[in-house]
Ligand binder design. Sequence first.
Ligand SMILES: Cc1cc2nc3c(=O)[nH]c(=O)nc-3n(C[C@H](O)[C@H](O)[C@H](O)COP(=O)(O)OP(=O)(O)OC[C@H]3O[C@@H](n4cnc5c(N)ncnc54)[C@H](O)[C@@H]3O)c2cc1C
Length: 392
Amino acid sequence: MQYFDVVVIGAGAAGMMCALEAGKRGRSVLILDHARAPGEKIRISGGGRCNFTNIHASPKNFLSQNPHFCISALSRYTQRHFIALVERHGVAYHEKTLGQLFCDGSARQIIDMLVEEMQESGVELRLSTVVEDVRKTAGGFELALSGGRVGCSSLVVACGGKSIPKMGATGLGYELAAQFGLPVVETRPALVPLTFDANTLVKLAPLSGIAVDADVGCGKTSFSEAMLFTHRGISGPSILQISSYWREGDEIAISMLPGTDVAGLLREAKRANGRQAVQTVLAAHLPKKLAQAIAERTGLDGNLADLNDAQIKTVDAAVNAWRIKPAGSEGYRTAEVTLGGVDTNALDQKTMQVKSVPGLYFIGEVVDVTGWLGGYNFQWAWSSGWAAGQAA
Ligand SMILES: Cc1cc2nc3c(=O)[nH]c(=O)nc-3n(C[C@H](O)[C@H](O)[C@H](O)COP(=O)(O)OP(=O)(O)OC[C@H]3O[C@@H](n4cnc5c(N)ncnc54)[C@H](O)[C@@H]3O)c2cc1C
């Protein structure tokens, strides 16, 4: 049986960062993956350009049952550290919006950079390898793999969440958590488009493809980013963001002209020319089809001269205080991340080591730490991977 100091399950973002850091400390490291290539989610991320971090990343951009857990790792391996690594490798990048950093070229540059770093620190990468069994031994762990047995003193579980099964997501991380008696915070798809029921869809179908800059809120949380009508419901950055906070049965509140006094606009237009239709005034500020749909939905698609002030306020509310109850979400098929995961109470925040099982570590998306849209999830992968890499 081959023996390694560290075995990492999952050659994704977190696993590769952990492996290269452990390798730099002189540990013998094996990183394995059932996929045929490492970093498949990195490859497809950010539309192929990988939004690899966010210059504003801080613990407030993360959801977890224990919001303090992520502070240690995020503050010891920050976005500045990852940016320095990217710059050392000559990967050109740019800020797209809201602090989001993307490669100028291709996400593959990030994968190549991590693979090169792993090679330099002597890490062995084994692909197309299935984990058949994991067992605790007196000195560490023994794994039955499709290619034979290996032993290790530290085992790092970095096999990600449940999102996009087609990309190789499995439940192995959660199964291992259960095997070692660790609590798992209920998982659900996050950063995911929301869907409408059939009746609402019929009414909104003509809007499919239309995008607006919107304020979208659920409970006390709101995001100001683009929103897109789709043939299943609504999507776009503001909706993906709010989906992490939305629960079945919740309403979301949407403002499609945030900061604009729509009632004031309509009153002024009525004074200037009462023969204009509501939708004509709205269409100066919103896509024409959307303006039409709003006027029709309120039943106030006649001339402004015929509207009293209460009706003007109704149109204002339809634009800037639209409340809608999504029927569901598109699920793990399209979700960018998995909310919930291995309960952070079971882990040491400095090292990601399981408190009750010395030598066992959980990092990345499999842990109950989930970032906002915008490079935050990769930053968690880098930071938690780095933290475990200093200890495993
Ligand atoms: C379409 C899409 C776009 C995204 N874009 C961004 C973005 O631009 N910026 C951002 O910050 N985040 C983005 N994310 C989220 C980001 O990809 C994840 O948060 C991040 O990859 C998590 O890293 P990880 O290492 O924990 O898991 P992963 O990167 O998912 O890696 C897990 C690895 O484990 C392997 N594995 C799984 N099960 C097994 C098993 N049973 N045996 C062996 N190996 C196994 C997988 O093959 C995979 O290689 C995106 C996600 C998606 C789906």
